[in-house]
Design a protein around this ligand. Sequence first.
Ligand code: ADQ
Length: 467
Amino acid sequence: MSRLVVVSNRLADPRRPAAGGLAVALGETLNRTGGLWFGWSGTVDPGGTPGEGALQVRQAGAVTLATVDLCREDHASYYLGYSNSVLWPVFHYRLDLADFHTADIDGYRRVNRLFARRLRPLLRDDDVLWVHDYHLIPLAAELRALGCRQRIGFFLHIPVPPPPLLAAIPQHEWLMRAFLAYDLLGLQSETDVGHFTQWLGTEAGAKRLDAQHLRAFGATVRVGAFPIGIDVDEFERLGHAAEAMDTFHALRDEYSRRRLLLGIDRLDYSKGIPQRVRAFRELLQRYPENRHSATLVMIASPSRDSVHAYADLRHELEGLCGAINGDYGDLDWMPLRYIHRTVSRRRVPGLCRASAVGLVTPLRDGMNLVAKEYVAAQDPEDPGVLVLSRFAGAAEQLHEALLVNPYDVQGMAATIQAALHMPLAERQRRHRQLMARIRAQDVHWWRRGFLDALDQCEPASASTSAS
Ligand code: ADQ
């Protein structure tokens, strides 16, 4: 059997529970299959030289972890710059937040080239490579330029916007060529596949060879939707362990006469957090019976603080949360608890289970694993209700959630009110149906689907260089 080589910007110790969708999914995948995990160490070396960084290799159970440090300049241009100030906002439909700083593209290319140079000597001829996410789009092209002929697949965890938005990226043709250097391109949803196919069709005259294959720039790529799932069994195990149970009981005791609503996210403008707070305010305003009885708990983990848009979001949110508590709070009740922290993953199932409503309301999201975790954590006899943005990739699968438009604050408030009053039989029916799909389409189904499809690709079908 071929060895699996996973490449992602960040690594996590696959033996420990991690926060962050990608780290959770990849840790679980590699723990099962063993193999090599390659990426940035997470360390910024203040004295380092651009385009250089020593390789460190260590073993974590069945998984070999190989990492490279980045110097300050590379971190600023590759990670904070091109990845998170150009690709992340544009791929989340936010041209208004994109900062097309010309120097950043050089750092992005340089780090991808560095990764290719460090990874190349570690590879065996029959390895299968699985590259993850927007930080590493040109990696396959760089590896091909160094003579790699292995099968290389790419999974994009974030959405693909409509072609006119992609075309605003000054280097968008270069990005298209880079995508074409992969054998397989996995996206989260059929909407994303549609946008990607249109982009290549309109901008590069790509030909569709059959339902799955596109040809452009002299290369062929297989493109498909592979919606990512969670490890349901593992999550249920966590849910029955002491930390989750303690969290659940503590919240139930503290809020015995109240209903909890829950939001858990990275503090990111794509997650629709201010819109959620406004909808909650509207709920208290329009349906006053919720005053003194409903509490919104929002746990937002710190993320990319040094990118301006994230600092702005933090300030906006602090203002909104303070205002709602000031305007509606009382001596014995605060409507909103906002916690700017990452909570232990072991407590997440307890938090979800204690909440009558799970609010997952991104403006755009590739998938959103919190939606699936919320459902998986519920007591099937008395389940809570998932309120889910129609703009999350998860909405293509989770039809029995209450779908909302996060831009429509009044509509969201009305849906939250309906969720709080949903009869038990309907909650149980929706939960059963959601759970069946989340279980059938779990993280292992996702991994098998992607790797089987990659296995079927002809090796090294692409010979395109991104440079
Ligand atoms: P993310 O945007 O990081 O991932 P998401 O899918 O929501 O987001 O996963 C977040 C994970 O981190 C979940 O497992 C959640 O429990 C955990 N988490 C979030 N906030 C936390 C907090 N404050 N404390 C503790 N744990 C927290 C990207 C894409 C998503 C896609 C994933 C996986 O943006 O759309 O679903 O990759 O492909």
